[in-house]
Write a new protein. Structure first.
Ligand code: GCU
Length: 677
């Protein structure tokens, strides 16, 4: 049955003339298995080519016409003899080339290191999976970002914070002795898109994960992942020296605390020799941190960095800081706390910044920290799990959202200073670079809670490898590998996916509105909700609607958050004449009859957009219904059922939001809008 377990690695048979052409070029496989990474590379090629071509090519030692030769100059004498230029490919890069080898037409997949050859093997398989020619290949690829990491918000009791795909896939209870086969499939899927790190536990961390019992379990996972080039990281609770170390303080300047972390790091590296490092959420949403002792984020990060440095580990220190006190504007806090610390972090610290300054909203302007800390490597944090975008049932492809952020221009060093260039280190010349994605993976058979949410995992990995890829081309690859290579099917589904995020913005938070979700669950609409533990979660905090108007004034007459951007950006966003309409109410408070670009007054435009979002979902349902013959019935039925849920809920978002805002504005409903019965 098609249950989605295979993700984009389905390897179903290629048919027709294309299959014959592939078989000509794949007559045998020359690949070693002396090292673990070589062994998994060979196994993947045998599995993939076997599935795609109907039979795995025979293994061979010598070149022949149609040989596929995989390896490094070290592992493969044939590759060494070719004298290929591999210098600039680094550790993870590879080349795939059609060559003449000992007089035979062959294909080489070559790299400096075994892991590069594994990435190359997945790329080669992808060419076949997506129906490309493999005749005259000359591919050179190296990742633009060094650390490409998943963040699991998984608790030790199996619950996944903001997880919508079942329980955690880590079976802590049965680890380390039982290594579920699924762990290797997880590693295969991640390696296929270049992910090379995984933080196993929630940022709201339990210190217990740093105790010997859990380190043994984490080490077992690291053993499974190692051949696939994936390192294990852990979220560290800042107060761990107190909770599991018996100390009275976690003050970063206390010598005993420093010794405790040094010893802890040594212990970890004895258990997991290639441990990646720590991810830390500190002094945010009630988590402990250095500020509890009057110290800075830099003091805290450097404490852990010094402990990890002798072993080559990295600290990923999060800039998502929300204090409990009522802020004049939550959007400003990270910049205010971190910019003054630029240059004070150790070399093995990265500051991990969410894409926007509020919290993974359907649309946010890029975070003002990007470009504003030239002396600190900044890591991107995207959220793959759709906490604010309808969980697993709403079909929302996130590629366009991430692309929008990565291509945004910070103007930090003049025009063209895109967020992508901050992240890949080229803007400020950093060699330590990284991207994190909050995973949407759980124990559901299909891993992500829905078939289409697999695309978000896939897109994240591809963008972490190359932040300048287009989200459309990524979607196209994914559809071909996941569903079908039929060109018209692909075009239809890709179009549907590409508009899906804008549709969610429309029915949830149009025109720059944000954080109108029900507090705590963040699923349905709740612009009226106060409550929740935090004082900023009052009914009007984010949208500031009154009888006179709506929107959060972040210009000089309001919170002036806009001043955190580089001057050209601040001018653009801060001026009603130039602010992109999608950010209108993010930066400005305007009257209900404000004239929008369509000519409609704001109130009418809001209603128009809510309705447009619902209509788009209705359209997706129809489109999908029309594809019933092109998708296996199992997956077709589930997607169809989820789209029906999405339509119902999009309508609820629209009607509830309009009713609520109408109660404030007192305006009549625009003509043509039919209120719910
Ligand atoms: C959001 C999310 C929390 C999470 C937090 C974070 O606020 O709702 O569940 O802990 O982000 O990123 O730390």
């Amino acid at each position: 049955a098609e249950d989605g377990y295979d993700l984009w690695l389905r390897y179903r048979p290629v048919e027709g003339v294309r299959a014959d052409a592939y078989r000509m070029r794949v007559s045998r496989l020359v690949a070693g298995d002396a090292m673990p990474t070589q062994a998994v590379t060979r196994a993947e090629l045998l599995r993939g080519l076997g599935g795609l071509l109907g039979a795995a090519p025979p293994l061979s030692e010598a070149a022949a016409d149609g040989a596929v030769v995989v390896g490094t100059p070290m592992s493969s004498p044939s590759i060494a003899r070719l004298g290929l230029e591999l210098g600039d490919l680094g550790r993870d890069g590879y080349l795939i080339r059609s060559v003449t080898l000992d007089g035979h037409a062959a294909t080489v997949i070559a790299a400096n290191e075994d892991i590069g050859a594994l990435y190359g093997a997945f790329h080669f398989l992808r060419l076949l999976q997506t129906g490309q020619s493999i005749e005259r290949l000359d591919v050179r690829e190296a990742p633009r970002v060094k650390l490409r990491v998943l963040n699991h918000w998984d608790n030790l009791d199996g619950h996944v914070e903001r997880g919508y795909a079942g329980a955690s896939i880590w079976d802590w209870h049965k680890l380390p002795d039982w290594r579920a086969p699924r762990y290797a499939d997880y590693a295969r899927a991640n390696a296929s898109i270049g992910i090379n790190g995984t933080v196993l536990n929630n940022v709201n961390a339990d210190a217990l994960v740093l105790t010997p019992m859990y380190l043994e379990k984490a080490a077992a996972l690291a053993d499974v992942f190692r051949p696939y080039g994936i390192r294990v990281y852990l979220s560290a609770r800042f107060s761990a020296p107190i909770e599991i170390g018996g100390l009275e303080t976690a003050d970063p300047l206390d010598p005993q605390v420093q010794r405790w972390w040094r010893d802890k790091a040594e212990e970890i590296y004895r258990t997991i020799p290639d441990f990646g490092g720590f991810l830390v959420k500190a002094n945010s949403e009630g988590q402990p941190g250095p500020q509890d002792y009057g110290r800075s984020h830099a003091d805290g990060a450097n404490l852990l960095a010094d402990a990890l440095a002798p072993h080559g580990g990295t600290v990923m220190w999060r800039a998502f800081v929300y204090s409990d006190e009522e802020p004049d504007d939550r959007a400003k806090q990270a910049y205010s706390e971190f910019v003054p610390l630029d240059g004070e972090f150790r070399d093995n610290v990265m500051v991990q910044v969410k894409n926007g300054a509020i919290d993974f909203q359907p649309r946010e302007p890029f975070h003002p920290l990007f470009g504003a800390m030239p002396d600190t490597p900044l890591m991107m944090e995207f959220q793959i799990t759709k906490e604010y975008l309808g969980f697993a049932t709403h079909l929302v492809y996130l590629g366009p959202m991430w692309e929008e952020v990565l291509r945004a221009d910070t103007h930090a060093r003049g025009e063209g200073s895109t967020v992508a260039k901050v992240i890949d280190g080229s803007l400020h010349d950093h060699r330590l670079t990284g991207m994190a994605g909050v995973a949407n993976i759980g124990s559901d058979r299909n891993w992500s809670g829905s078939h289409f949410d697999q695309a978000n995992w896939y897109a994240y990995g591809r963008l972490a490898w190359d932040p300048e890829l287009s989200s459309r081309s990524i979607a196209e690859q994914w559809v071909r590998m996941t569903f079908s290579g039929d060109d018209s099917f692909v075009a239809t589904v890709v179009d549907m996916m590409m508009g899906s995020r804008e549709a969610a913005v429309d029915y949830m938070t149009p025109l720059g509105l944000h954080h109108l979700m029900g507090s705590n669950h963040h699923y349905g609409p709740g612009p009226w909700l106060g409550g929740g533990p935090r004082t900023d979660w009052t009914s009007v905090y984010y949208h500031r609607a009154t009888r006179a108007g709506i929107g959060f004034d972040r210009t000089a007459s309001g919170s002036n958050a806009v001043a955190q951007y580089a001057p050209p950006v601040a001018r653009e966003f801060g001026d009603l004449e130039t602010v992109p309409e999608e950010f209108l109410l993010w930066f400005h408070h305007v009257p209900w009859d404000y004239r929008t670009q369509s000519g409609r007054p704001l109130w009418d435009e809001l209603v128009h957009r809510y309705t447009r979002g619902v209509d788009y979902v209705r359209g997706m349902r129809e489109t999908w219904r029309g594809l019933a013959g092109d998708v296996d019935p199992e997956r077709h039925a589930q997607v169809a059922a989820f789209l029906a849920i999405q339509e119902k809920e999009a309508q609820r978002w629209r009607d509830a939001s309009i009713a609520y805002f109408q109660g404030i504005s007192g305006l009549p409903l625009p003509e043509g809008y039919a209120p719910p019965p």
